[in-house]
Design a protein around this ligand. Sequence first.
Ligand code: KIV
Ligand code: ZN
Length: 519
Amino acid sequence: MSGEKVVIFDTTLRDGEQSPGAAMSIPQKLEIARQLAVLGVDIIEAGFPVSSPAQFEATRLVAEQVKGPTVAALARANKGDIEAAGKAVAAAKKKRIHTFIATSAIHMKHKLKKEPAEVVKMAVEAVRFARTFTDDVEFSPEDACRSEIPFLVEVLAAVIEAGATTLNIPDTVGYVLPFEYGQLIARLKSDVPGIDKCVISTHCHNDLGMAVANSLAGVRNGARQVECTINGLGERAGNAALEEVVMAIRTRADFFSQTARDGLSTNINTKEITRTSQLVSQLTGFVVQPNKAIVGANAFAHESGIHVDGILKERSTYEIMTPETIGLGGSRMVLGRHTGRHGFAERCKQLGYKLTKDEVEQAYQRFLEVADKKKEVFDADVAAIVNDEIRVVEQVYVLEYLHVASGTGTLPTASVRMRSQGETKLAAAFGDGPVDAAYEAIRQATGLAPDLEDYSIRAVTSGKEALGEATVRIRDDSRTFIGRGISTDIIEASAKAYVDAINRMVAAKDTTMQLKVEL
Ligand code: KIV
Ligand code: ZN
């Protein structure tokens, strides 16, 4: 597509992972990074290397193995952080260090306990030091939107002199409104000496639901990089959603043609949006809300008679984008119990899964079980099967057997057999209902008792034999973990989801994924 480019900087693996409960293992991060490259993002912020050995390793592996995008690492404005970031991205063909320090009075006084002059000095030294590792250095004045504008101008001018090439303007706490954010970008663009040599970037949080609108207001006023995440994941209410920003720039090309002479575009292959969204949702355990723009299950569903009638007459009556543009729809091939291995493998390939022979076999066996119970197996079922079978976190605990008895006037009871590192554990329990009894038996078998914070179940596709997908959120001390499980039996799906969440909790402890530093 023509026109000036808006650089898409994806921070799903860094800010996105800061969503409570969204911790990802290293293989999961690599898988997402590979898909982000297929999606066509320009920059992947792979992690915050100094914060833990697992963050360092994940960033290092993305830098080493993922080809195409620039790989960025986050660092506070100090030598230790920058050195870790520099080492982590060293193997990347295109590498960036993203260093930051807070510039608002509230952060400088209470968090940093530093005078403004000291902050300017630290910012300058950080950028200079980062330049010894790479020519591509991004600087962020954290909490920029609550900073004094003259001070922001002073800091930005100083870091440009020191060698910063991208200036990112974070709305760290999601405070400003689109008009204000646009004005801020315009003011910086006109007042900061030397800013025309740099790319101005947006980084907007969604606390007031303004992240995407603010990012677009930034673009309208001269920003040419947007920092965003898949499905809008991120600290607290999240970051600007990549899919929304990209589709707004594409769908409202008419509006953005007033911003740049030949219009604006991105390098994103929008047909990969749905697949990327589903992968991130599956691996983080974060379900996408049905009415979420672009990637929600209802985003292209028409319910009211008047709308359906209009769509049948002319799609553009109620559709401003086609589902095909984001990789939805296309062939609606239905599989069944007579589908052979080859047909199943072919369908997986068409759905974008690159599976080994063993993985195809494993998924196929599960497919046969499902197809036996369910006459028609749709694409959504195949995706759920593959994601459930193949893309799992390391299974410290495996649920081998589950038996549940419940009914009117009987005490719900459950027995389980679980395997953990070569040992088999049996347990039986009763509960308020069949799911409660199964969960109690799992707690006894694992010896782990995280608090269950949330539980939900939904059908993957329609029909009485539909696959049920259970999602649970558990809490262990201050951290939350989300687990998902699928089955045509909803009690089994529920038990699998609980075991999945427990495995994520155990994996996070093993790899010390927790951020040990304060931003
Ligand atoms: O929100 C924020 O300010 C950040 C910075 C580290 C860029 O994530
Ligand atoms: Zn952020």
